[in-house]
Design a protein around this ligand. Structure first.
Ligand code: ZN
Length: 491
C-alpha cells in the first residue's frame, strides 16, 4: 500500500514532464554502443561467471548453507568485476526443507513413479497415505469437482504444458501447481499430484512453489500449517501434501487409470518449515558521472531450487547483467546515470529479495529511471518491450535500432518486468524487457537438468551485448522515460 501511494504522488510530476519534447540519442552514443557490441562479441566473462557459480557453489536453495556461499561468491566476483561499489543488503525469509518422497502404484501393476514435492508442501503422515486417485484434465475441472468425488482421495491434474518461444503457456498451467493443493483440500482430497509444469519428456519432475506465500491473509491464525514470522507476516505450508510427476510418469499414470479406474497410490513425502534465515541481495554499481542520483537497475536472482545447479534459472541472468554493467567500465566508458546490478536473494520461494530491495530503497525509487531483469534462461534475446508512454516510444525505437544488428526486434509497450522488479514497478519505475527465446526453458526449469551444459556461450554473449547496449543508451539518454503502468488498487 505504501508503494501504491508513492506511485500516485508521482503522477502530477509525470504529467508536467510529458510536455518536454524528446531529444534523441547522439551519433556519438550510438557509435559507442556499436563498439561495445564489437568488443563483447568475443568476450566470455558472463559464461565464466555462470560456470564459476554453478561449479563452485552449485545448487543454492534459499536458506541453505549454499545460500551463504552464493552471497560470498557474488560479493567477491562483483568486486573483481571492478564495480565502484558493492554492498550486501539483508533479506529475511522463512525456510522450508524438502525430505524424501516415494509415490507408488498399488494393485495389479505395482511400480514406483518419479515425482518431486512442490515447494512448501506439507508432509504426509510418516508412513505415507494410500488412497484412490481421481484424475482431472486441468485445474478448472478440479475446481468444478464436487466434494463427494474427492473426499479422502488423491486429486491428480494431468494437464500438459505446451512449448512456446515466449513461454506463454506457463501462465495458463502454473496455477495447478500454485493453487491446486488449496483447491483439492477444499474438496476433502488428502493429497495433490500434478503433471510437471514442464515441456520435456525426461523422467525428471519439475518442482516450484505449491502455494503463493504472499497470498496468506494477515489475520490467518497460527496452526500446524500457518506460521507467523518475526515481522508479523504469515506464511503457510500447502493445505495437503503436493507433488509433481515427470511427464513420462504422468503419461504412465494416465494409462494405468484407463486400465484401472479405481487405482490406488501409496503417497509419502516429507517437507517442513525450519525457521527464519537472513540472506542478502548483492548490489554492485557503476556510479553515474553527471546524474549519479538517477539509477537504472538490472539483475537476476542468485538463489536456485535445490535441484540442478541453477544455471539457466538463474545463474545466467546474474552473469549476463553483471557482465554487461562491468563491460561498460572495462571499455573506459562512464554513463551519465548510475548503473546498478542486483543479485536478488530468494526469488523462488516468494520474491523476498525483490520485495526487500523495494522496501530498502523506497526513498530513492522515484529516481529509479528504468529496470530490467534477466530471468528466463540463456537463450538469445529476440525482442525489446518497454512499459513507457507513447511520448517515450521514439527513444525505445532508437535503442531498438541499435539492437537490430543483434536480431532484436521492437516489441510492445506492455513490459511488466521480472518478478524481482514487481515492487519497483508498482512504485512507478519504468520497466524494460529484453525477451529471450524460451523455447527450451521449460524443458529444464526447476529440474535436475538445469546445469551449465545447457548454456550456449554464443547466445550468452549476444545477451551481454544487448544488455550493455541498452544500459549505455538508457544510461546516457538526454531524457528520462516514465512508466505507463497503472497499479490496480487492492480492494
Ligand atoms: Zn528464475
Amino acid at each position: 500500500m505504501r508503494l501504491l501511494t508513492a506511485a500516485l504522488l508521482c503522477l502530477p510530476v509525470l504529467a508536467a514532464q510529458a510536455e518536454t519534447p524528446s531529444t534523441l540519442l547522439s551519433p556519438e552514443l550510438k557509435a559507442q554502443a556499436a563498439s561495445l557490441q564489437a568488443a563483447l562479441a568475443t568476450d566470455d566473462t558472463a559464461y565464466h561467471l555462470v560456470e564459476s557459480l554453478t561449479t563452485e557453489v552449485g545448487a543454492r536453495v534459499a536458506g541453505s548453507e549454499a545460500d551463504a556461499r552464493a552471497v560470498a561468491w557474488a560479493e567477491k566476483h562483483f568486486k573483481q568485476l571492478g564495480f565502484d561499489k558493492v554492498t550486501l543488503e539483508p533479506v529475511r525469509f522463512p525456510v522450508w526443507r524438502r525430505g524424501d518422497i516415494r509415490i507408488s502404484v498399488l494393485g495389479d501393476s505395482p511400480q514406483s513413479l518419479h515425482a518431486i514435492a512442490l515447494g512448501w508442501s506439507k508432509s504426509t503422515p510418516e508412513a505415507g497415505l494410500s488412497a484412490e486417485v481421481v484424475a482431472f484434465d486441468d485445474l478448472d475441472a478440479l475446481s468444478a469437482a464436487s466434494p463427494e468425488q474427492l473426499q479422502g482421495k488423491i486429486a491428480y491434474v494431468s494437464a500438459r504444458m505446451e512449448k512456446r518461444r515466449n513461454g506463454g503457456d506457463y501462465g495458463r498451467r502454473v496455477a495447478a501447481r500454485s493453487s491446486g493443493a488449496e483447491i483439492a483440500a477444499s474438496k476433502g482430497a488428502v493429497a495433490l499430484l500434478i503433471r510437471s509444469i514442464g515441456t520435456d519428456s525426461d523422467r525428471l519432475p519439475h518442482t516450484g512453489m505449491g502455494i503463493w506465500l504472499g497470498g496468506i491473509k494477515p489475520g490467518t491464525p497460527a496452526s500446524d500449517r500457518a506460521m507467523v514470522l518475526s515481522n508479523g507476516e504469515r506464511v503457510a505450508l500447502t493445505a495437503v501434501p503436493a507433488a509433481a510427476l515427470s511427464n513420462p510418469d504422468a503419461d504412465q499414470l494416465s494409462r494405468l487409470l484407463k486400465l484401472q479406474p479405481k487405482l490406488k497410490l501409496h503417497y509419502q513425502l516429507a517437507g517442513q518449515y525450519v525457521g527464519e534465515y537472513t540472506s542478502h541481495n548483492v548490489v554492485g554499481e557503476i556510479t553515474g558521472s553527471t546524474k549519479p542520483e538517477e539509477i537504472i537497475v538490472v539483475g537476476g536472482h542468485l538463489d536456485s531450487w535445490d535441484v540442478g545447479t541453477g544455471a539457466i534459472d538463474d545463474g545466467a541472468g546474474v552473469a549476463i547483467t553483471a557482465a554487461a554493467v562491468a563491460a561498460i567500465k572495462k571499455q573506459g566508458l562512464r554513463p551519465a546515470r548510475t548503473l546498478r546490478v542486483v543479485a536478488f536473494a530468494n526469488e523462488e520461494q516468494g520474491v523476498w529479495g525483490g520485495k526487500a530491495y523495494a522496501r530498502a530503497h523506497a526513498a530513492e525509487l522515484a529516481n529509479h529511471v528504468g529496470a530490467a531483469e534477466s530471468d528466463f534462461g540463456a537463450g538469445r534475446i529476440y525482442r525489446i518491450d518497454a512499459g513507457v508512454p507513447a511520448k517515450d516510444w521514439p527513444l525505445v525505437q532508437e535503442i531498438q535500432a541499435a539492437l537490430d544488428p543483434l536480431n532484436i526486434e521492437l516489441g510492445g509497450q506492455d513490459a511488466g518486468g521480472g518478478a524481482d522488479l514487481s515492487g519497483m514497478r508498482d512504485a512507478g519505475v519504468p520497466m524494460f524487457e529484453l525477451l529471450q527465446d524460451g523455447t527450451d526453458y521449460f524443458d529444464l526449469h526447476h529440474t535436475d537438468n538445469d546445469t551449465l551444459d545447457k548454456i550456449d556461450p554464443a547466445a550468452l554473449r549476444q545477451n551481454v551485448q544487448a544488455y550493455a547496449t541498452f544500459l549505455w543508451l538508457l544510461g546516457n539518454a538526454p531524457q528520462r522515460v516514465q512508466t505507463n503502468f497503472v497499479p490496480t488498487p487492492t480492494p
